[in-house]
Write a protein that binds this ligand. Sequence first.
Ligand SMILES: Cc1ncc(C[n+]2csc(CCOP(=O)(O)OP(=O)(O)O)c2C)c(N)n1
Length: 399
Amino acid sequence: MQSGTDLMKKKIKNQATKSEKAPMSCSVLREDCFRLMNEDGTVDPKADPKLDKELLLKMYRNMALTRAFDERGMMLQRQGRIGFYVPSFGQEAIQTGTAAALVEKDWVFPSYREPGIFLYRGAGIYEMLCNLWGNQGDLSKGRQMPVHYSFPKIKMFSVSSPIATQLIQAVGAAMASKISKTKEVAISYCGDGGTSESDFHTGLTFAGAYKAPSVFIVTNNQYAISVPLSKQTGAKKLADKAIGYGMPGIAVDGNDILAVYQATKEAVDRARRGEGPSLIECVTFRMGPHSSSDDPTRYRDEKLYQAWAKRDPIKRLRTYLESKKIWDEKKEKALQEELKKKLAEAVERAEAEPPPDPMDLFEDVYAELTPQLKKQKEELLQEVQLRGQFENTSEAFPL
Ligand SMILES: Cc1ncc(C[n+]2csc(CCOP(=O)(O)OP(=O)(O)O)c2C)c(N)n1
């Protein structure tokens, strides 16, 4: 790791060799992205940040777990056992690399495509699965949408569905940290589509004006559901948006975990030193559907998908670890078996949980219920007594 460097101020000089020629020009990883890894996962000795072996292995395990969790989530939905899932295929390096750059006391305000950050910070697989069923094991007691995890103990704020609203919340947390001098950094995530939202503007305006200890991660996966980046913005690159808010911005190869980690670490350190916010555009590709309700083959170019498949972030890190002789086929097999077993056990436990008590709806918000809520509670009680508990309507989930 190059200590003391400030990537944001420097003109990006890529250490890695030029990317291979991909079939379509728009799919070629932009040359303006900071990266340390070559396309095939090799790293030139002069570019090697030489991270701690334990950290590298932890990152790899988390990326593999995130992929396995996503595969399981999609499978459960396709089997009709849960109603909805949002996979993050191809975006594992961004989730893990940014999470690894934080410390325990930092705040995280995720979007819905970041299971890997929850996992990295120690969220339980079982509790996350319970959210997918919205059952009694769900920490939100079934009151949030599926995939909208919330783990206050690890400072993972509840996932926001309205695009980019979490940015404002994160800036609020960052401003509170600045005022109370706790040195906590608040990191928030949104997609390329999120940068067109007015909440993006509000969040970055406040962060810039008040020099809030805030880091904005923009996961540019090139689509907002079916809207391609070319129709999303007139900006040359999303990282440029930072300039208008008075903060540094950088574009990073989002499939290169070494680069994602380094850029985030520098932005987080900078925020903690009191030097204000930064924006990091992580350039990647959404390898899966927008959600389990979407069919990307109706709008996505297959050649584009194939070009990005070649730079799979997990494969790239594996190659790097193998070149360092800290990973091999035997370890990979053992890891995959361990993850499969862990997930299968957690799924079995989570699926067996009963649905939440409908009367729970009235808990946890008001110390004393308002007259309207009291009336609603009575009505619901009568309804439950009349019809029994709610049926499972998960297969009809509309989004
Ligand atoms: C304010 C708002 N508008 C529209 C939607 C519907 N919606 C859900 S996801 C999405 C696309 C967001 O794309 P992007 O920000 O690029 O993130 P990605 O899904 O690619 O991770 C839209 C339009 C919403 N949830 N909130």
